[in-house]
Design a protein around this ligand. Structure first.
Ligand code: ADP
Length: 385
């Protein structure tokens, strides 16, 4: 009888927040030891990780230590120092996605230029160098910090010249991207994975809803026509191939009122819009990330149900509560609650998420069932008790 020896792989994650925590949950089933690099022992992933290197996300000396314990290193966020990390590559450290795949993506303006070079559809944009750069835009317009923006931090919708003046003072010395405001019909997102072997898997496109630029909920899948589905899947494929990307990547899109698809941005990591896959799909995006970067065959992206909704449980006050009774009440709806065990709540902070599986068969009923479930979860979560 042949004895198959399965090599246990060691994966390091730069970051120890909820994305690393969810990756750590699925790592044992993938025969993987997961190490994290994180500044605080309070971070979500610390309790589940095989090993922890304490250090800031941008600390290259901490990443060098991480590398000593790991076969491959991946990322939880994009706030890394690529030139410094390149020194580790030169010493033989393996990063997936590769640093060369990340390099066009870390600055929102450069990311836009990359999309444009690829002939992909994007909103009108410009770097902000002089006040004249605003001449080709009308109000409302969107101003974004070129680096280190997340969850709407660093993104402002500017309605008038007076507002613009104030915002430019506030953003003084921060490199900015100017963008046309897209009066979209829907926001969409798609998660795509590409493995070391070049295999590509694309999850169904979902609808995302943002309030104050932060994602509140996701409905999966969303109803689109065949042309739109084909176009979005072609965009996702082109992006991972052009970047020679390895791992999971989230693509955020606008669907205009005329039915046109525009790319907003891409996130080179597992994505909030794909959290529903943990409960609703054959392979979660977190398992998919581990499979892609360790050279495994990629799992399936099919739903286990007819659809799903994911509702972010966002902080609505400053507190150190664990909101146990609200979490239980949401669970009692037959919903999966994922609680990141953060020790402090702040307004808009992602504290956890809830996923409900949907049973309706027609797309219209599925959307209706999804909206009702979102309302029920949010009315418990945001209730004043
Ligand atoms: P972040 O990287 O912080 O998530 P995004 O660029 O994704 O920032 O913007 C956050 C949200 O702001 C988007 O999901 C969308 O709701 C809104 N937004 C961003 N850019 C535009 C735009 N050009 N037109 C209209 N809304 C926008």
């Amino acid at each position: 009888m042949d004895i198959v020896v399965k090599m246990r792989k060691r994966v390091g994650v730069i970051g120890g927040g909820q994305l690393a925590w969810m990756m750590a949950q699925v790592a044992p089933a993938e025969n993987i030891d997961l190490w994290v690099q994180t500044p605080s022992e309070k971070d979500s992933a610390v309790s589940l990780a095989t090993g922890v290197i304490y250090g800031e996300v941008a600390s290259v000396s901490a990443t060098a230590q991480l590398a000593q314990n790991c076969d491959v290193i991946t990322f939880e966020n994009e706030f890394v120092d690529l030139p410094q990390l390149q020194k580790l590559v030169d010493e033989g450290v393996c990063f997936y996605p590769r640093l060369s795949s990340l390099s066009p993506l870390l600055d929102k303006y450069e990311q836009r230029c990359f999309f444009q070079q690829q002939g992909l559809p994007v909103p009108q944009f410009s770097a902000y160098n002089h006040d004249d750069d605003f001449n080709e835009f009308s109000f409302p317009l969107v101003l974004k910090a070129r680096r280190h923006g997340y969850d709407g931090q660093g993104t402002v919708i500017v309605k008038s010249a007076i507002e613009l003046k104030d915002i430019l003072v506030k953003f003084q010395d921060i490199p900015l991207l100017i963008e046309e405001f897209v009066p979209f019909a829907k926001e969409l997102a798609v998660v795509v994975a590409r493995s070391i072997n070049g295999e590509i898997k694309i999850y169904p496109t979902v609808e995302t809803y943002q309030h104050n630029q932060v994602c509140r909920w996701v409905i999966a899948p969303t109803q689109l026509n065949e042309i739109q589905v084909t176009e979005i899947n072609a965009i996702a494929t082109q992006l991972v191939e052009a970047l020679d990307y390895i791992g999971v990547l989230g693509v955020e899109l606008f669907l205009t009122k005329e039915g046109k698809v525009l790319i907003n941005e891409i996130a080179p990591r597992t994505h909030n819009s794909g959290h529903y896959t943990l409960d609703a799909c054959d392979t979660s995006q977190f398992a998919m990330q581990l499979q892609a970067i360790t050279g495994k065959k990629l799992g399936g992206v099919d739903f286990k149900s007819n659809g799903a909704v994911m509702v972010n449980l966002l902080g609505y006050e400053s507190s150190s509560q664990d909101y146990l009774s609200k979490r239980k009440a949401i669970e009692n709806l037959g919903v999966y609650v994922h609680w990141y065990s953060k020790t402090e709540s702040r307004v808009g902070r992602k504290l956890g998420h809830a996923t409900a599986l949907l049973n309706s068969t027609s797309p219209k009923d599925l959307a209706e069932e999804g909206k009702q479930m979102i309302d029920r979860i949010e009315s418990i979560w945001y209730s004043q008790q």
